[in-house]
Design a protein. Structure first.
Length: 134
């Protein structure tokens, strides 16, 4: 299993219609090895008003080096493939027209497989933060 890592994530999006939006994102790991992913995502809003509940699918390009530890306790930096695909969902609440908070859960897969991750790398990301609306 990989160890948790702190990341900085920035993104932007545009709602095409009230129920559907598209966006871009960038994510940089704050671990000992600097890595990141850039990508695009499509979002479907189950509840499009405040509070919002939504589902999303994304694809990206980049590299992450998770700290992987075996059952024996031996740890080392793994290498994930350069492609990424994920599915997730989230909740957002706006305190005003501009500022809100959000929380998301995302299940992702990094591909192609590498020597350090022969089956590819599957991960679960939990993200929470401040959201600015313009």
């Amino acid at each position: 299993f990989a160890q948790p890592a702190l990341q900085l994530r920035l993104g932007g999006g545009y709602r095409i219609v009230p129920q559907f939006g598209i966006g871009i994102f960038g994510r940089v790991s704050m671990a000992e090895i600097l890595t990141g992913i850039v990508g695009a995502r499509a979002t479907f809003f189950i509840l499009p008003q405040n509070p919002r509940i939504y589902l999303f699918a994304s694809a990206g390009y980049g590299e992450i080096h998770p700290l992987q530890c075996s059952d024996t306790g031996k740890c080392g930096w793994g290498l994930a493939g350069y492609g990424a695909a994920s599915l997730g969902g989230g909740f957002a609440f706006d305190f005003s027209k501009i500022v809100g908070l959000f929380a998301e859960i995302e299940v992702g897969y990094m591909f192609p497989p590498t020597d350090m991750s022969p089956g590819g790398l599957m991960n679960i990301d939990l993200t929470a933060g401040v959201q600015l609306n313009f």
